[in-house]
Design a binder for this molecule. Sequence first.
Ligand SMILES: Nc1ncnc2c1ncn2[C@@H]1O[C@H](COP(=O)(O)OP(=O)(O)OP(=O)(O)O)[C@@H](O)[C@H]1O
Ligand SMILES: [Mg+2]
Length: 265
Amino acid sequence: MPNMTSNPPPSGRPVMIAARDIVKSFGPHRVLDRVSLTLGQGEVVAVIGPSGSGKSTFLRCLNHLETIDEGSIEVEGEAMVRAVPGGRSQYAGDADVRRLCRKMGMVFQSFNLFPHMTVLQNVIEAPITVKGMARAEIVPKAEELLRKVGLLNKRDNYPGRLSGGQKQRVAIARALAMEPDIMLFDEPTSALDPELTGEVLRTMKQLADESMTMLVVTHEMGFAREVAHRVIFMDEGRVIEEAPSADFFREPRQARSREFLAHML
Ligand SMILES: Nc1ncnc2c1ncn2[C@@H]1O[C@H](COP(=O)(O)OP(=O)(O)OP(=O)(O)O)[C@@H](O)[C@H]1O
Ligand SMILES: [Mg+2]
């Protein structure tokens, strides 16, 4: 079975995330089997693959929603967790791990907005409580972000009154309010009706056009092809193929990638 344990560094770009040989098991089930990724500044990388292949787990490991067993993760050149030969990987101290995780914003399939807070309150909550920003400082910034995702007119609404696509755009604005250097997306459009996916994908494309560094788990092959610079195809906890997206969609090298694409397109 092919497994790529290292991948080409993106040419000339500062490295934002370097994950090497990540191993993660749940009980006896090895869900990630030596997964590696180098994400360069301003790069958009799409992670694709069948259900259960470990895509979400990989993203969750990157921002410490799961702990890894083996391997290492560096964020902007700093070790969040180091490999220990023959043993479990060793994490940096809690404060350092938290600080590195704050460089990453994450958007989930299920929005996860606070239902009892207005749109504006959702966006300003973490900057105030986590970063200690003053309300007067964050409110204009939050409004600017809401304008950017096309939802300034919804600032005083509760999430229950929004469509799925609107909720997801608020979730994106909320993540951006923390001023992350890197955005991680886990199937941000899978919970949406087809007619609502476009508005979210357009918001993501806009971010990509502004050179945000993005790692995007997605089933949207159009987005992967048109917006992502690189594609990583995972299956059974391994990276089976990694290629510039133009090459990948023109001619996947691995039989399993071809099979997957044939089902998706
Ligand atoms: N907390 C957990 N405990 C036990 N097993 C888990 C846990 N989280 C994930 N798994 C298992 O790990 C494997 C990979 O799951 P993961 O959610 O990463 O896949 P995925 O590629 O994101 O799939 P999908 O496309 O359906 O979202 C699956 O077999 C899943 O059942
Ligand atoms: Mg998933």
